[in-house]
Every structure is written in structure tokens, then in C-alpha cells.
Design a protein around this ligand. Structure first.
Ligand code: T4K
Length: 410
């Protein structure tokens, strides 16, 4: 597996070695959180040549069909509908389920989850999350249900599953549809069952930054035969034959090159998970014992893809804030991210009316995602952890330096 090498400067020991305070950056090249994993190039090239030879580029081509079959095998779900991305996949599911009025979802998610609803004229009603799991808190859903509510859209965030049994119960009791944004959760399981077949439907993302990518891409999985039929029609403008349209539809098709990339990367699925797991465990080891810093655990009794390495900081203990740490990391060329700040409910167009969500807001101010995947080496992780240790172990001094800059008249 190819590994992208970045250049390292000599080891850092004190806060004066940090680039933010005058030292040399640790990395010459930016180190991203989610650089694409790339499977066997030769196999991908062969597939691309096949596509060109066949002159069949999109519209349910043979590689798209094979990609769907592989996902069916991997998830154990009856149907898979591959799409151009996960956002359009969510929109197609929303239409196919005939949703209206209001849908309850977490605010702590990528903006696409909320936009997919709003784009179709449905009001996203934001629910707070469980502070431990960062996923929608089932205990807070019932008070949000009104006569307009048509569904719950839960998110298996960071590849960590929601409390699916509790959500299922609420949905059944109130006759609501339940579907999942599982953009992060490909290859993960809940109670030993691979994610993909829960609720009415689930949506995966195969965007470049996801641990399995198809350049851009998504997929809808469902065990519902009638729904699958509708989804397939809607993905292709509602065409049932060359000159017959039976329903409203959109262009949500996956193209053949994306499917070729997806198939190639699926062949390396286990290697990618292995690397993510090694990275995750190395971070856990090298950051162990740091006051106020918690690496979000994965439930290792389940299948996990380990694709997000998420740190939660308690500023009462670290003194230095999450945003100060991010500034320091950026200056070292470590582009850590504060996903999913500030929360959908505090983002236009939702911020004018959405009420505050204390847990979501607390988490939004405390978490940061660190670089992982096959583009990050063990040496890179050691350097990143070294920087974090220097900052947190000298939290008071670092924070004072930031404050003195703010106070300075120049
Ligand atoms: N639901 C959830 C819960 C999601 O997280 C997402 C997407 C969706 C739905 C919608 O799925 P899609 O419609 O996209 O299939 C990224 C992704 O763009 C986005 O797909 C993803 N979630 C989100 C969590 O992360 P950003 O803000 O990280 O920016 P981006 O994609 O420009 O770049 C990420 C990093 O990777 C950069 O730091 C640079 C690097 N990069 C990026 C690309 C595209 C590369 O090295 N190579 C590349 O080709 O959004």
C-alpha cells in the first residue's frame, strides 16, 4: 500500500519550538485529516480502459451493477442503489418515502444531512445528541414530535452507531419513517449486524475523503422491495423505459469510472480498516494520560472502520482551548478539523429559528479530528502527538501567550 511521505523537521521539545511561537513547521506539506485511500492502481487503470473500450460510461453500467452487488454482499442487505453522492441519495430517499412537514435529525452532523431536507421543502427539526456517543439522543426525540413530523433521520456519526433499538421503538410508536445517514459507517456493525439494513433505508457516502471512495459517490441500501424499485426509478428521472416516465425523478446516477474506483477500493477494504485501526491505536497510546484529552472510543465489540480519530478536550483541565490547539497545529501544517462546528442549528439558513442545543454546542467547542488513513505514517502520528503533548502539558503558558497577543495594541 502506498504511503504519502511528508518531511519532518527535528523533534520539538518546548513551546518555543512550536511554529506558532517562532519554531519551524513540523511538516513541509499540509497533512490533511482525510486524504483519499487509493487501492490497486493497476486494477483501477484496467477497469478504466475497459470502460473506454466498452464506451459505456454511465446509466446503470456493468461496473455500477457490480459495485451494487458487492455492497449487497458486504452489508447483507437485499437492495443497493448506487448514486452520484450521498447528498442526492438522501434527497432521493426523502422523496421515495414521501416525507412531508418536519423531520427530526441531530444538529451535530455534516451540513448535507440538514440541507437534503431543507432543499426539498421539509423542515429539519434539530435534536440534541448523547454526550457519550455524539449521536442523536433518543430521550430527547419525543418532545420534538408534532403532527407535522413524518420521520426521524438519524446519523451513525464517526462510524459509531446510534441507539438503533430505541429509535426503532419511537418510530414504530409514532408511526414515523426511520432512515439513517450512514455516510461514515460503511463496514461498521450494530449488535453484530452490519449497518445498511436498519430502518426504512440507509445512505452511505463514497466521497474522496471517506475511507472507501469512489471519487464521488453514494449508495442507498434497503430491505424494502417496493422502496428499492422507487429509488431506482427516481435515480434516473423516473424513466421506466426509453420514452416512458412513470414518476418524478432526478439524475442521481453513479458513473462507471466512479464505480471502477469504488470496486477497486472495496478490494482493499480490510487493508484500509487495518491501517485506520493501527493509526487509531497509536494515537490512543501516544496521547494516553494527557489531562483533559479524551480520544473518542470505538465499540470494539462491533465491526468498526476507525475512519475518524476524534479528540475531545475539556478546557477546564487543558486550559488551552480547542481553537488555540487547532491554530497551533495549522502552523505546523497539521490541518486538524473541528468537524462539525458550529452545528447545523447555528448555521444559515437554520440559525434564525433553531433553539439552542446544549450538548451539541458543548461538543462543537471541544472536538477536533486528526489526520488518519493510508496517507499518514507512524512517524507523522508520533510528531502530531508530540506537538499535542507539548501544548497540553504547558496549557497555562500557551494560553497566556495567546492572551498576551490579544491584549497587545499592535
Ligand atoms: N452525511 C454526512 C454525515 C457526511 O459527513 C457527508 C459528507 C454527507 C452526508 C454527504 O456526503 P457526499 O454528498 O459528500 O457524498 C468532507 C467531504 O467533502 C464530505 O463529503 C464529508 N461528509 C465531510 C465530513 O468531509 P471537508 O469539509 O473535509 O472538505 P473537503 O472534502 O474539501 O476536504 C477534506 C480534506 O481532504 C481536505 O482537508 C483536503 C483533502 N482532500 C480532499 C479531496 C476532495 C484530498 O486530499 N483529496 C481530495 O480529493 O468535507
Amino acid at each position: 500500500m502506498s504511503t504519502f511521505q511528508t518531511s519532518l523537521s527535528p523533534t520539538k521539545r518546548t513551546i518555543d519550538d512550536l511554529a506558532r511561537f517562532g519554531g519551524r513547521p513540523a511538516f513541509e506539506q499540509p497533512l490533511h485529516v482525510g486524504r483519499p485511500n487509493i487501492g490497486n492502481r493497476q486494477k483501477f487503470s484496467t477497469r478504466v480502459n475497459d470502460i473506454l473500450d466498452r464506451r459505456w460510461l454511465t446509466n446503470d453500467g456493468p461496473y455500477v451493477i457490480e459495485f451494487e452487488e458487492r455492497i449487497i454482499e458486504l452489508t447483507g442487505v437485499k437492495h443497493c442503489v448506487a448514486t452520484c453522492n450521498a447528498t442526492v441519495a438522501l434527497e432521493i430517499v426523502i422523496r421515495a418515502l414521501g416525507l412531508q412537514g418536519e423531520v427530526i435529525l441531530p444538529s451535530f452532523t455534516f451540513i448535507a444531512t440538514a440541507h437534503a431536507l431543507e432543499w426539498l421543502g421539509i423542515k429539519p427539526v434539530f435534536c440534541d445528541v448523547d454526550p457519550q456517543t455524539h449521536t442523536i439522543d433518543p430521550r430527547k426525540i419525543e418532545s420534538l414530535i408534532t403532527r407535522q413530523t413524518s420521520a426521524i433521520l438519524a446519523v451513525n456519526l464517526w462510524g459509531r452507531h446510534c441507539d438503533i433499538a430505541a429509535l426503532d421503538e419511537i418510530a414504530k410508536e409514532h408511526t414515523l419513517k426511520l432512515f439513517f445517514d450512514s455516510a461514515h459507517a460503511f463496514g461498521c456493525s450494530y449488535r453484530g449486524r452490519i449497518i445498511g439494513g436498519f430502518g426504512d433505508a440507509e445512505v452511505f457516502s463514497f466521497h474522496a475523503t471517506k475511507f472507501v471512495n469512489s471519487l464521488e459517490g453514494g449508495a442507498i441500501t434497503t430491505n424494502d422491495d417496493a422502496l428499492a424499485q422507487k429509488l431506482k426509478l427516481m435515480r434516473n428521472f423516473g424513466f421506466t423505459s426509453y420514452d416512458r416516465v412513470d414518476s418524478l425523478g432526478i439524475n442521481g446516477k453513479m458513473n462507471e469510472v466512479s464505480a471502477a474506483m469504488g470496486l477497486t477500493n472495496l478490494e482493499s477494504l480490510n487493508d484500509f480498516i487495518l491501517v485506520n485501526r493501527q493509526n487509531y491505536r497509536q494515537y490512543a497510546e501516544e496521547l494516553a494520560g494527557l489531562n483533559g484529552m479524551t480520544l473518542l472510543p470505538y465499540d470494539e465489540n462491533e465491526s468498526c472502520n476507525y475512519q475518524y480519530v476524534v479528540l475531545e478536550m475539556d478546557p477546564a483541565q487543558t486550559i488551552v482551548t480547542r481553537d488555540e490547539l487547532i491554530q497551533i497545529l495549522y502552523r505546523e501544517n497539521v490541518l486538524a478539523r473541528r468537524y462539525f462546528y458550529p452545528g447545523c442549528h447555528r448555521t444559515p439558513p437554520y440559525n434564525a429559528t433553531a433553539p439552542s442545543l446544549p450538548e451539541t454546542e458543548r461538543i462543537c467547542d471541544r472536538v477536533l479530528s486528526l489526520p488518519t488513513g493510508t496517507a499518514v505514517s507512524q512517524a507523522d502520528i508520533t510528531t502530531i502527538c508530540e506537538i499535542i503533548r507539548i501544548v497540553v502539558n504547558n496549557g497555562g503558558e500557551v494560553s497566556a501567550k495567546f492572551r498576551s497577543e490579544t491584549a497587545s495594541p499592535v
